[in-house]
Write a protein that binds this ligand. Structure first.
Ligand code: ZN
Length: 115
């Protein structure tokens, strides 16, 4: 185990998201970029439930930041890339949908009323 010992905060190679645009801070792709995705899978390999919770919270935050973007495309971008074939994906999608519904409902209540 010599790998992964290095974990500096805020390094250029971090592929961390920049907000509110949600592009990758390292390569500029839409976050999570391909590099970040493979890193996340490696990092959370043994704990996919935690990974989906993490991505779900990112999705909820991005939904707030990127209100112009369609929710479905954000869902696809944040969690659609996860490997399929396991029940955990759909379990976590249900949780994410609930979170998104809450965010959307919150946004609707803030919409200015006419009249
Ligand atoms: Zn990147």
């Amino acid at each position: 185990m010599t790998d992964g010992a290095e974990r500096p905060g805020g390094r250029a190679d971090d592929h961390a998201p920049t907000t509110p645009g949600w592009s990758c801070g390292s390569c500029g792709d839409e976050w999570p970029c391909a590099t970040k995705r493979s890193r996340l899978l490696a990092e959370y390999g043994g704990d996919r439930a935690m990974l989906s919770v993490y991505l779900g919270s990112c999705l909820a935050a991005a939904t707030e930041d990127l209100r112009a973007a369609p929710v479905m495309s954000l869902q696809d971008r944040f969690i659609g890339w996860l490997p399929r074939g396991s029940r955990w994906v759909w379990t976590s999608v249900g949780g994410v949908l609930a979170a998104v519904a809450g965010v959307v409902g919150f946004a609707m209540t803030r919409r200015p009323r006419r009249g």
